[in-house]
Design a protein around this ligand. Structure first.
Ligand SMILES: *[C@@H]1O[C@H](CO)[C@@H](O)[C@H](O)[C@H]1NC(C)=O
Length: 799
């Protein structure tokens, strides 16, 4: 460091102050550095300094300078800092005196201290923080701290620089006190979103040589301004929920971002109030969760559009939209509406008749809304789909009220959802009756039995017919069909009660006259037209044991005496004769047995129980009486049994005269024979008379017809006429003709039951019920048909 010495020497007069010197030294000189050669400058000898005990007098101030008496120099005693000594005062000088004694001399010394650039500009604080809103306007000023530099002049603070200078520039403004204000001025807007922190360096420089500088860090925190609106991350949100979702179901989460910071970036969400009623269905939380708040029904609304807004605290907002599709679930059963239906149809309904038409609706969508309908099985109806959602029930098969008079047609419609929902309706269809069933008799034919000799009006039995139809169509009446039995209208035998079907005998029947007869009963219903059916009824007359056996042989005569002759030489078991009897009854009632009731000698004869043969049971001896009289009883097997007795006269003799002599004295028979003779004669007379009368009538009729035929030239067939060959008398005295051929029929009902047996039959017995106690007997040796001309023997027996 150069030493500048300014030497001012004032030669002072002799007195107290004799001289004055000035020096100039720079500050910060090291100790011992030369300030000036004071001895020389004062023109004093060194010895004088020593002798004069030269010393420096500073008063109170510190001694920075010392005096070297030996060398006569002023030296730096202590390091001098100009800034400490004078601050910013200029010039800066040390003033002291050098005092000598012997004589006293005082010298003024001034040492000016000159500045060196030993101080850099200094900021009070190494850094400074600013918080500046990004919304700060251009030109905004921010006061900076000044730097200080203790040095003065050029060594003092000269200028400031700010780096980087993108957003800010520096402006120095002089102040009245000469100092300068340092300001930082915003020249370009801040954007927190780009640079939130900015660091600047303020440098203060002095003008010393070498130049020194000081710096300060400036930290700028760009404060956020609400300069960004929230922005939804999607323009439209789509979401879907199924209908009937529970309240509180999260539908979707929306999100908006806000580039701002802090509260300016805090976004809350609200539902726009565009929707009125629907807006209550949804709510959105502040954090953007859209939540279902009420019932949603696909059938009411399939989509919802909700306007949502995102709002930051600064009130900036964005809007978006949420489109919510409501998914259908199968929550609706099909609804069946019966449009038209019949309650009742006739059973003769033709197939394919529409019974009912209905519509079916299911408000659900897709499969959930597709319906199909069925009816219960096994019905003669089908359900067909007329067009979409329309169904009709059509009759399919034939209906039959008698099988089923009522149908419950249950229509079940199901949708195709999973699980499927269904609903059903039941249609009750009555089938009305048509007269399509004839009455049906309980049996295909009837056979009834009636015991002969019934009382007229007796109910024989009941025919019954059912009719499957209903009501009037099923009301059965019974009608006796016209027919004739043996030429007599059947109505004279039986009658049918129209209501009850009870068959009554009209008359008393005689088995011996008619054994059975057939007729038809018609059952007719009350339909229109009526239907009917017939049944044949066979009435069998059952025999009663009302006829006793009739003995045909031996013939019981009144007067004449007939006897069987047994030779005395006859062997044991000699067939004497055979009692022949018949019984007009039948079966058991005609099963005859023969017993010996009385006999002259019981030990001699026996009667075959079955065949009526009278045989000897021992050798005839001479002792046996010629005249043997046997009483044979013929019994039938009826209950009770009836019987007849016959007396058989047997003559045990070898010659006819012997027999005669024996039999003439049958005195006890005389009276009987007389009676017989009388009746016989009477009968013969009557018969002869009737015969002649009859002959006359027949001849007259014949002649009349012949004349008629001639008169009209008629070729009518001539009824053959057979003259009577024999005749019977009846108890009533009427003369009867019996013609000997099988087709014998007369208009007389009493004769209509005559019947001739086939060839080989020996005996035919004819019983006339009106002739009580009278019997007609026709006896022929051969078949009547074989030999129509052969005479018949007719006898009349009175019982
Ligand atoms: C039809 O339904 C009615 C009422 O439920 C019932 O009384 C009737 O017996 C049913 N008919 C048939 C044929 O099932």
């Amino acid at each position: 460091m150069g030493r500048q010495v300014l030497l001012f020497v004032w030669l002072l007069g002799l007195g107290s102050v004799t001289g004055q010197v000035s020096y100039s030294v720079s500050e910060e000189m090291s100790k011992g550095s030369l300030v000036g050669n004071i001895a020389q400058d004062l023109g004093l000898d060194v010895k004088r300094l020593q002798s004069g005990k030269a010393r420096i007098h500073t008063g109170d101030s510190a001694e920075y300078i010392e005096l070297s008496k030996e060398r006569g120099l002023l030296l730096i005693k202590e390091r001098i800092d100009r800034e400490a000594l004078c601050g910013q005062k200029t010039p800066c000088a040390l003033h002291f005196q050098i005092a000598l004694e012997n004589p006293i001399e005082i010298f003024q010394v001034t040492v000016e201290i000159t500045d060196i650039n030993d101080n850099a500009p200094v900021f009070q604080k190494p850094e400074r923080n600013f918080e500046i809103s990004e919304s700060a306007v251009i030109g905004s000023k921010f006061m900076l701290e000044k730097a200080t530099d203790s040095d003065i002049g050029l060594n003092g603070l000269q200028r400031y620089t700010l780096n980087p200078s993108d957003n800010f520039i520096l402006k120095l403004r002089s102040q009245t006190d000469g100092s300068k204000k340092v300001e930082m001025i915003l020249q370009k807007p801040l954007d927190r979103e780009k640079h939130e922190h900015i660091s600047l360096v303020l440098t203060a420089e002095d003008g010393g040589e070498p130049q020194m500088s000081g710096t300060m860090q400036i930290h700028i925190t760009v404060l956020d301004a609400n300069d960004n609106a929230p922005v939804f991350n999607k323009p439209v949100y789509k979401a879907s929920i199924t209908e009937n979702s529970l309240k509180g179901t999260l539908i979707t989460t929306v999100s908006a971002s806000d580039a701002d910071k802090g509260v300016n970036g805090e976004v809350t969400y609200v539902i726009g109030d565009s929707m009125d009623a629907d807006s209550k269905l949804f709510l959105i939380t502040e954090d953007g969760r859209l939540i279902l708040n009420g019932p949603v029904d696909y059938e009411k609304a399939k989509t919802y559009e909700i306007d949502i807004e995102a709002v930051d605290r600064g009130g900036l907002s964005d809007s978006s939209k949420v489109i919510i599709d409501i998914g259908d679930i199968n929550d609706n059963s099909p609804v069946i509406n019966m449009i038209s239906s019949s309650n009742s149809v006739r059973e003769d309904l033709i197939a394919n008749t529409v019974i009912a038409v209905m519509s079916v609706n299911d408000p659900d969508s897709e499969e959930n809304g597709k319906t199909h309908c069925d009816i219960n099985n096994n019905l003669p109806f089908t359900i067909t789909s007329a067009s979409s959602n329309f169904y009709r029930i059509v009759s399919e098969g034939e209906l039959d009220r008698e099988r089923s008079s009522q149908y419950n047609i249950t229509v079940t419609c199901s949708d195709e959802g999973v699980p499927s929902l269904s609903s059903s309706v039941t249609l009750t269809l009555q089938i009305s009756d048509v007269n399509d069933n004839a009455p049906v008799f309980e049996r295909s034919s009837y056979e009834a039995y009636i015991v002969e000799n019934n009382t007229p009006g007796l109910s024989i039995f009941t025919v019954k017919a059912g009719d499957a139809d209903w009501n009037q169509n099923a009301r059965v009446s019974y009608i006796l069909e016209d027919s004739s039995v043996n030429g007599v209208p059947v109505s004279s035998y039986v009658s049918v009660s129209a209501d009850s079907g009870v068959i009554h005998a009209v008359r008393s029947l005689d088995y011996e006259q008619i054994k059975d007869f057939k007729f038809c009963v018609k059952a007719q219903d009350g339909g229109s037209p009526p239907l009917s059916s017939n049944v044949s009824v066979k009435v069998k007359i059952q025999d009663q044991n009302d006829n006793p056996p009739q003995v045909l042989y031996p013939v019981q005569t009144g007067g004449s005496l007939v006897a069987e002759i047994v030779p005395r030489s006859a062997d044991v078991s000699y067939l004497v004769t055979k009692v022949v009897a018949v019984d007009v009854d039948s079966g058991q009632n005609a099963w005859l047995s023969y017993k010996l009731q009385k006999a002259t000698d019981r030990a001699l004869f026996e009667v075959g129980l079955q065949n009526g043969e009278i045989r000897t049971i021992r050798q005839v001896t001479d002792k046996d009486a010629v005249k043997q009289r046997l009483t044979v009883i013929v019994e039938d097997n009826g209950q009770p049994s009836r019987s007849a007795t016959v007396i058989v006269n047997v003559a045990v003799a070898d010659s006819f005269p012997e027999v005669l002599s024996e039999f003439t004295d049958f005195t006890h028979d005389k009276e009987y024979n007389d009676n017989m003779t009388f009746y016989l004669v009477l009968a013969l007379a009557v018969v002869s008379f009737l015969f002649i009368t009859c002959l006359v009538v027949i001849v007259s009729v014949k002649i009349y017809r012949w004349r008629q035929a001639r008169f009209y030239h008629s070729n009518l067939p001539v009824i053959p006429y057979y003259p009577p060959r024999y005749s019977d008398t009846l108890g009533t005295g009427t003369l009867q003709h019996v013609y000997n051929y099988d087709t014998c029929r007369t208009t007389d009902s009493r004769k209509s039951d005559f019947k001739f047996s086939g060839p080989g039959t020996q005996n035919i017995l004819i019983m006339d019920p009106s002739g009580t106690g009278t019997m007609q007997r026709i006896q022929s040796e051969k078949s009547i048909l074989d030999e129509p001309d052969s005479p018949l023997e007719v006898r009349i027996l009175s019982l």
